[in-house]
Design a protein around this ligand. Structure first.
Ligand code: MN
Length: 203
């Protein structure tokens, strides 16, 4: 599978049925790259963690979501790249479609690549290849350093998402439990679901 293309993303979806975006948005040149975390109530609830690399979003499905506790390493399964326009997608993927269920933009912001190898700064592309990524997040909920460490290769590589030890680390808070609303719309999962159903209902 060519992870650097959006072929897999497109093949999995019927864009006449799903409200998810088909095209990438206008290029974001010279700006800080963005990250997004989408809470996704698919067959199994998870959080999709996405980092902008070039004009795409590198993506991981994190079953328990990100933690602010450095001791609490979270499993993150690498999934297909998503188009940049996906970053602010919020709504309901209809039954029968891939990933059917409600999607909330749980957090978003910009990030800085702070990955290093042998004490030298490396590009995010190089860091992803090596399986050792470090980013500094400037989101509304997630802030500071996060590391992604690949622990198993294969068709769906497994990584760990780990909060770094910095001033934003907190061993007492469970962020996914406290923060349950969209940073885009302020809505809960229930409200997003209800409003999508209401707009679909025949008059
Ligand atoms: Mn998902």
């Amino acid at each position: 599978m060519n992870k650097g293309s959006l072929k897999t993303y497109r093949e999995k979806r019927n864009f006449r049925r799903t409200p998810e975006p088909e095209e990438r948005r206008k290029k974001r040149n010279g700006k800080k790259p963005i990250f997004t975390v989408q809470k996704h109530a698919a067959r199994q609830l998870h959080y999709d963690f996405r980092l902008q690399v070039g004009q795409k979003l590198k993506s991981w499905a994190v079953p328990k979501g990100p933690s602010v506790d450095p001791e609490d390493k979270r499993m993150a399964v690498e999934v297909e790249d998503h188009p940049l326009a996906y970053a602010d997608f919020e709504g309901v993927i209809p039954d029968g479609e891939y990933g059917a269920g409600t999607v909330m933009v749980w957090d978003t912001g910009t990030f800085q690549n702070i990955s290093k190898q042998d004490h030298q700064e490396v590009t995010i592309t190089r860091a992803l290849e090596s399986g050792q990524v470090a980013v500094w997040l400037q989101g509304k909920k997630l802030k500071g350093g996060y590391a992604l460490r690949r622990i198993a290769a294969g068709k769906k590589p497994r990584w760990l998402l780990i909060k770094m030890r910095d001033e934003e680390a907190d061993t007492r808070r469970d962020l996914t439990k406290i923060e349950t609303k969209s940073v885009l719309s302020g809505r809960t999962m229930k409200q997003i679901t209800k409003e999508a159903e209401a707009s679909e209902a025949p008059c």
